[in-house]
Write a protein that binds this ligand. Structure first.
Ligand code: GLN
Length: 270
């Protein structure tokens, strides 16, 4: 299939309300890596103005972090038909990356430090609770191994290894997983709750994580996994991506691993 014919529609959840923590970098990273390969790209905001057809037309979904107050507004708007359309997309295998406040909304509920419990979409079997305004926020660099089996397998197939993920977390809420698979196992940092060593969640082709950074420019192979999965699902044929020169990103990763005292080469998930 000629690359010019390929069209990637990126759905971006509430860009104005859910961009507090720099996660727009994930949308830009997917967009740019697709453009470099000659694909047509459109970014479609999934916000208060969005229609159900808009949601149905996206190939990959990006959701960023937000403050508790914004999460409440988003959840009020998302309820009902928009929530069902989003659910249907993720259930049918549309890939996505949901960071921090977004996974809290995809779970059963989020209990903020102040105010009422925010009901979530119940798509991921997890709950999130803020332990209160006196509690420390979980802030800092985070490194984790990918344990989600499909994602790890796909990355090993493409890269020959499963690289560590590096990012930056900043959350008050603590997430507790039910039956949903964890995305990763924490090497450095807090992850979901600072207690059980889990980080994020993985559902169908949806990555849920506490890791900002933004995540994708720091771990470009994840952006490529999203693009490849999105296009392969859309065109129902295995799409191979042209490799890009990621030397600078890889050097930045090496510098961060060194700074954090993490031996990257010995820390590949097995
Ligand atoms: N408001 C949520 C929390 O503090 C999410 C924060 C975020 O998205 N970084 O837990």
């Amino acid at each position: 299939m000629a690359s010019q014919q390929l069209q990637l529609n990126i759905g971006w959840l509430y860009p104005k309300l859910m961009s507090t923590y720099g996660d727009r970098g994930n949308a830009i990273c997917i967009q740019q890596r697709a453009l470099w390969r000659g694909y047509n790209v459109e970014i479609i905001p999934i916000d208060t103005e969005a229609t159900i057809a808009d949601i149905e037309g996206v190939d990959v979904i990006v959701g960023g972090g937000a403050q508790d107050r914004q999460q409440e507004i988003v959840m009020r708007d998302l309820k009902g038909s928009k929530a069902s359309a989003l659910k249907a997309k993720l259930d049918s295998g549309t890939p996505g990356v949901f960071t921090c406040g977004s996974p809290q909304l995809l779970g059963h509920y989020y209990e903020p430090a102040l105010g009422q419990k925010i009901e979530g979409l119940g798509l991921l079997d997890l709950v999130s609770k803020h332990p209160g305004i006196e509690a420390n926020r979980c802030i800092g660099n985070v490194v984790f191994e990918i344990v989600a089996s499909k994602l790890a397998e796909d990355l090993r197939k493409t890269l020959g290894e499963v690289p560590l993920i590096i990012g930056f977390e900043n959350h008050g809420g603590r997430t507790y997983l039910g039956k949903v698979e964890a995305l990763g196992k924490v090497v450095k940092g807090y992850g979901n709750n600072g207690e059980d060593g889990t980080e994020g969640a993985f559902y169908n082709n949806a990555i849920a994580t506490y890791s900002h950074g933004p995540l994708l420019p720091k771990n470009p192979f994840l952006a490529d996994w999203l693009i490849k999965t999105a296009l392969s699902e859309k065109y129902q044929t295995e799409i191979e991506l042209t490799p890009l020169d990621d030397t600078l990103a890889m050097q930045a990763r090496t510098a961060m691993f060194k700074r954090l005292g993490v031996n990257n080469s010995e820390r590949m998930a097995s």
